[in-house]
Design a binder for this molecule. Structure first.
Ligand code: NAP
Length: 254
């Protein structure tokens, strides 16, 4: 990237959802820019494969972010390994598919716990650590589901919808030390999107039709979203906080 990025070099970031898709692409991009990383996911193999290939120092902390302790551990690991914390990228998420009458209580709670409660935990432990380091930048991965209902996704839309007021609240309460923004993608080609259509007989056809309905005629890539995340973390976005960025190939314009 050619934009003003140097200030990311040797800064310390925690990235959740880094074992796959968007979070993985953010980890690769930040690492190329010289950031030191603490990355999280549940899959041990994919986590260690990623840290092995990243260019800058990175440590994998495996665990389920639904547990507050894992979020506390991520922050402690950043402080122990690097002595500071500068950035949080919260990309972990799950779909929780099913209409309200068919959705189990467990699935509802599980989806809210991953997509919303875990965000609260990492903000709660991460913000004081970033304040100690002189300030910080946060990007949360939301979804266009905050603005558009998809069939059978009530837990997902509710959890993603709650992120925008939360981001505004944090911007209000912690500026100017902390900048925080929400990135809202539409359909991005990752395992999460594949899982959302795999139950149908013709998943490839559905994805192709989805892409063709977009003004830009293609699905997003994890890199499309990582570029926006890195911009928001960089000094190029130094007057941007409490905001949301729809990166959607034109989905909401149609
Ligand atoms: N792809 C899309 O079309 C799309 C559109 C809009 C928004 N988003 C949002 O983008 C974010 C990233 O999704 P993606 O598309 O990159 O999906 P993905 O490729 O399936 O990756 C999801 C990541 O979240 C992690 N994760 C999920 N639940 C977790 C838990 N309880 N504890 C720890 N880690 C957990 C997974 O880790 P493990 O695999 O190691 O368990 C994985 O690294 C999500 O918040 C999603 O809602 C995606």
């Amino acid at each position: 990237m050619t934009m003003k990025m140097l200030e990311i070099k040797e800064k310390v970031a925690i990235i959740t959802g880094a074992t796959s898709g968007i979070g993985k692409s953010v980890a690769e991009t930040l690492s190329r820019e010289g950031a030191h990383l603490i990355i999280n996911g549940r899959d041990l193999v994919r986590g260690h494969e990623l840290t092995d290939k990243l260019s800058a120092e990175a440590h994998f902390v495996a665990g389920d972010i639904k547990h507050p302790e894992i979020n506390r551990q991520l922050v402690e690991e950043a402080q122990k390994r690097f002595g500071r914390l500068d950035m949080l990228v919260l990309s972990a998420g799950q779909l929780g598919i099913g209409k309200i009458d068919a959705l189990s209580l467990e699935e509802w709670h599980d989806t809210l716990a991953t997509n919303l409660h875990a965000v609260f935990y990492l903000l709660k432990y991460g913000i004081p650590a970033m304040q100690k380091s002189g300030g910080g930048r946060i990007v949360i991965i939301g979804s266009v589901a905050a603005f558009h209902a998809f069939p059978n996704h009530p837990a997902y839309t509710a959890s993603k919808g709650a992120l925008l007021p939360l981001v505004r609240q944090v911007a209000q309460d912690y500026g100017p030390e902390i900048r925080i923004n929400l990135v809202c993608p539409a359909q991005v080609k990752t395992p999460l999107l594949d899982n959302s259509v795999n139950a149908f007989d013709n998943p490839a056809e559905i994805l192709d039709k989805t892409a063709q309905r977009l003004p830009l005629k293609r699905l997003g890539t994890p890199e499309d979203i990582a570029n926006a995340v890195v911009y928001l973390l960089s000094d190029a976005a130094s007057w941007v906080t409490g905001s949301h960025f729809v990166i959607d190939g034109g989905f909401l314009a149609t």
